[in-house]
Design a protein around this ligand. Structure first.
Ligand code: IPE
Ligand code: IPE
Ligand code: MG
Length: 227
């Protein structure tokens, strides 16, 4: 039997807050630990033989509803992460990209995102996409407006090409923390993806567990509507 080839992996990194509560820490500590796991998983993906792109959900269009201090902390953490991990991107030959409406972020953070994108654009081993102020519905609406503004007609091809993501089809979606929902993630790109839900909280997620999830994915039967 031929194994499925995992090229594009999408991850909903969930459970940072519950991990912190469980250990008696503030929620921010969970995000800090979660960012380290993001780096480890990204490096694993760069070294994986078939993965070309990993798309992480880092901040949703709905996450602005959180307490102001938590939102501010997440913005600072993102800036710090991109600054610190530039070394990792270059050493591991990883290209960084962002999707979502980053125009809502501070100018400083927007500059950090553009700079990291620019400095890593020649890297070829993996594309790491961070979904930032990202919502699947928002992405589709913005794409539809791009097509209309360009004078085009909406088709699956024109709309698909106007989305934020360069690699649209996702092979496997992993969500940690036990929740079994999409929370407005990549609605268009997930139409034929395989799903894997694990109760593990994101700060406890390991490359071993990801390897085992991928092993299971490779054995699944994907039919895409055929027989
Ligand atoms: C995921 O962890 C990180 C973000 C959404 C930024 P959560 O912060 O959602 O953690 P829980 O779901 O409250 O445990
Ligand atoms: C989804 O997690 C968003 C990110 C992981 C960035 P949430 O924790 O925000 O999702 P809900 O609220 O449980 O659906
Ligand atoms: Mg959550």
């Amino acid at each position: 039997m031929n194994k499925n080839r995992l090229k594009h992996l999408a991850i909903i990194m969930d459970g940072n807050g519950r991990w912190a509560e469980k250990h008696g820490y503030k929620r921010t500590k969970g995000h800090e630990r979660g960012a380290e796991v993001t780096r480890e998983i990204t490096v694993f993906c760069a070294n994986h033989p078939t993965i070309e792109t990993v798309t992480h959900y880092a901040f949703s269009t709905e996450n602005w509803k959180r307490p102001k201090l938590e939102v501010e902390y997440l913005m600072k953490l993102l800036d710090r992460y991109l600054k610190k991990e530039l070394k990792t991107y270059q050493e591991e030959n990883i290209r960084f990209m962002a999707i979502g409406d980053i125009s809502a972020f501070s100018r400083k953070l927007q500059e950090r995102i553009s700079l990291t994108t620019e400095l890593t654009k020649e890297n070829t081993r993996l594309i790491q996409i961070l979904a930032l102020n990202y919502g699947g519905r928002d992405e589709i609406v913005r794409a539809a407006n791009r097509v209309i503004e360009g004078g085009g007609k909406i088709t699956e091809e024109s709309l698909g090409a106007a989305l934020d993501t360069p690699y649209q089809d996702i092979d496997l979606l992993v969500r940690t923390s036990g929740e079994q929902r999409l929370s407005n993630y990549l609605l268009w790109q997930l139409s034929y993806s395989e799903f894997a839900f694990t109760p593990t909280l994101w700060p406890d997620f390991t490359t071993d567990e990801l390897a085992s999830i991928i092993g299971d994915f490779e054995k699944r039967k994907r039919r895409f509507g055929g027989v």
